[in-house]
Design a protein around this ligand. Sequence first.
Ligand SMILES: [Zn+2]
Length: 155
Amino acid sequence: MSKKNPNLTAEQKLVMFEDGTEPPGTSELNNEKRNGSYHCANCGVKLFESENKYESGSGWPSFFQSLPDVFETKIDHLLGYTRTEYHCKNCDAHHGHIFDDGPKPTGKRYCNNGICLVFKPNSKTWNKHYKNVKIFFRSIQEKWRLKRFFNETNC
Ligand SMILES: [Zn+2]
């Protein structure tokens, strides 16, 4: 049963529910290198961890492994040859195709349309940002304190 998220864009609907494919090299997620997890853009279920992503050179975000039991597969012949299509087990949204030319240890390549994924950086990454912001503000405070001290002593 397909449960379409009403917030999907036309492009997302086309890829996830109407056999579309995003043009290669167009996804910002191709260059996403941060630690975090990749979720289904339709239903939000977590599908991949960033440590299972790799650079395949295909122009689509590629993973050598998904989280266990999140996808169902079927064979399709859309391009005139046999491919293994995979879709979100929870909502039926199409995500991509699995090929057998991936790196070790699985040898699999999950070739995923970036448009079907939402990346969520790890909270650790956010904490680090937060720490940097705190340090930045503390340094400003320090500067003001020094300035005041300097002004006072020069009166
Ligand atoms: Zn889903």
